[in-house]
Design a protein around this ligand. Structure first.
Ligand SMILES: [Zn+2]
Length: 235
């Protein structure tokens, strides 16, 4: 049985001057096929230069460093030739597909759904760290969780933001297609799991984001509300 067929391809977003790219930057300094972004998670991306003439750069200790390939955060700055962006700036430039918006009206301090999803983040973390080197285990894990999580590869139908919104509501198991991919090294995978855990295991209120560190989920849940921002975690 060929289990790997169940693993969706991870999404890549091409950037360049050519009209065929997912993000078209009409600037003479930008190469026709300049760079590409691999969507590893809603917060983490790999930026890769596609042999561009003027290069791709990130900031490193206060100076610009030319990169071929680097794991970056959504807020990190990237220079394509001499044009500065963050990934957050670039994503809205992806050519619109179908339904790009998931707007749900709710009480602004009600974060019960988002908080409940953090239980999986807490539980998935040690499992993923332990098993990310073992592709067979990743494939088996995906066969269990995959049905409940939209594939990272389905940008074409859900739109970039639809996919990112759905992925944000899943635990860390949405990283499985990325962790099973040959496109990332083991070091990149471990770095990604740590980064994702630290970024996700926080007060879900975007205006607060107070970190839970290594505190057990059950203990945090007993608190029911955020002491900092008063967000409701458990009703
Ligand atoms: Zn809070």
């Amino acid at each position: 049985m060929d289990l790997k067929d169940n693993i969706p391809e991870i999404t890549t977003i091409s950037i360049g001057r050519d009209k065929q790219n997912n993000i078209v930057l009409d600037n003479p300094h930008i190469s026709r096929h300049h760079a590409q972004l691999t969507v590893c998670s809603p917060n983490s991306f790999i930026i890769e230069d596609c042999g561009s003439k003027r290069g791709t750069f990130i900031e490193n200790a206060g100076t610009l460093m030319r990169v071929v390939r680097k794991l970056i955060d959504i807020q990190d700055k990237v220079w394509l030739a001499d044009l500065e962006f963050s990934v957050a700036d670039l994503l809205p430039k992806v050519k619109a597909t179908s339904s790009e918006k998931l707007d749900i009206e709710k009480d602004p301090l009600d974060f019960t759904e988002e908080f409940a999803a953090l239980q999986k983040v807490y539980e998935d973390y040690p499992i993923l760290r332990k098993d990310c080197r073992n592709r067979d285990k990743m494939i088996r894990l995906w066969s269990v969780v995959g049905g409940s999580v939209i594939g990272v590869g389905s940008v074409a139908t859900a739109g970039t933001f639809g996919v990112l919104a759905v992925l944000s509501s899943a635990g860390l198991s949405m990283l499985v297609p990325t962790l099973a991919s040959h496109l990332l090294s083991t070091e990149e995978k471990l770095e990604l799991i740590d980064k994702e855990y630290r970024q996700r295991y926080r007060c879900p209120n975007p205006n607060c984001r107070d970190s839970f560190g290594n505190r057990e989920f059950e203990l945090v849940a007993k608190q029911k509300k955020c002491t900092k921002c008063k967000a409701v975690w458990v009703k």
